[in-house]
Design a protein around this ligand. Structure first.
Ligand code: GLN
Length: 307
């Protein structure tokens, strides 16, 4: 589709949804996240032909939270290859992002890398493999684009750590099955740092463009992961990116995507484009209320979804 048509349809959907009463609640279980203004709404689209378009608060930083789980999976997959799957699975969980229930039956092997349990195991893998985990992980994400502004927020990490009881439970429970190698406190500190990353819609769609481009960055043509790994990460986003709402996202939007409780959503149409949305109020499943609605309207009006 030509870019003026894309811009027109994005603007139309943005205006329509922006005027709606924002249903949902902010993620107040992390105190810092409840301080963000509920009215924020930003969109940014980046195509693999390097065409870009943004609207609303698309250049404002927000807490990307679980969207970062795609970056940590990418680096762990790059480092360990298929051995990574000895530590966690690739099946949708059908449970909430912070659920403990399946771990007992599954003997400490999390269902997938996008629920908290799986991302905690990935944080453990990175701690074992990276010399300076916090710095090296950030450097990895910064290498994905020309723009190097993404960074951790120590305030948000501390805020989550002060109340992160469920994640503490998850990490210790997994450790009891032998699937955490490092000290649980260190693993959790790194996990909270990863969740605290802040980025803008504009930067996110650029950072994720390698997943629309068969594993290769757009800005300098670097093969970050293999084509097959890129395909598999997209498949995981498609099936597990929205927890127990992944089916609904596939059904209504038809893109590979990942959400975070900061209200961000990133969605990928392989070989076509990446689109990022941010609106802080969440639906009961912990996914951005307006973000989901916008993406549904976007893929419906453009007829540009995977299916
Ligand atoms: N930091 C959040 C948590 O662990 C991430 C959850 C999310 O974004 N879905 O609870």
């Amino acid at each position: 589709m030509e870019s003026t048509k894309f811009k027109e349809l994005i603007t139309e959907a943005f205006e329509q949804i922006n005027s709606l009463e924002g249903k949902g609640e902010k993620a107040s279980y992390i105190p810092e996240l409840s301080r963000v203004s509920s009215d924020k709404f930003g969109i940014h689209l980046s195509t693999i032909n390097s065409e870009e378009f943004g609207i609303g608060n698309y250049q404002e930083k927000f807490s990307i939270q679980s969207i970062s789980k795609v970056f940590s999976l990418t680096l762990a997959y790059k480092l360990l290859g298929e051995n990574l799957w000895n530590r966690l699975g690739v099946e949708p969980s059908g449970t909430a992002f912070n659920s403990l229930v399946q771990l007992e039956k599954d003997k400490g092997i999390p269902r997938n890398p996008f629920i908290n349990a799986g991302a905690i195991v990935i944080a453990d893998v990175l701690l074992s493999y990276l010399e300076n985990p916090k710095e090296d992980f950030l450097a990895f994400i910064r290498s994905l684009t020309k723009n190097k502004e993404i960074d951790y927020s120590s305030k948000i990490a501390a805020s989550e750590k002060s109340v992160g009881y469920r994640n503490v439970a998850l990490c210790n429970f997994i450790k009891s099955f032998g699937n955490i190698e490092n000290n649980p406190e260190k693993v959790l500190d790194f996990y909270f740092d990863i969740c605290s990353l802040e980025s803008t819609c504009e930067q996110l769609s650029e950072q994720f463009s390698f997943l629309a481009n068969n594993g290769k960055t757009l800005h300098n043509n670097t093969q970050i992961i293999t084509k097959s790994q890129s395909k598999r990460i997209n498949a995981l986003m498609q099936t597990c990116g929205f927890y127990d709402e992944s089916g609904e996202f596939a059904f209504k939007v038809g893109l590979a995507g990942k959400s975070g409780v900061g209200g961000g959503i990133i969605a990928v149409h392989p070989n076509q484009y990446v689109i990022s949305v941010w609106s802080p109020k969440l639906n009961p499943k912990g996914n951005s209320f307006k973000g989901m609605l916008f993406l549904e309207m976007f893929t419906t009006s453009t007829e540009q979804s995977i299916f």
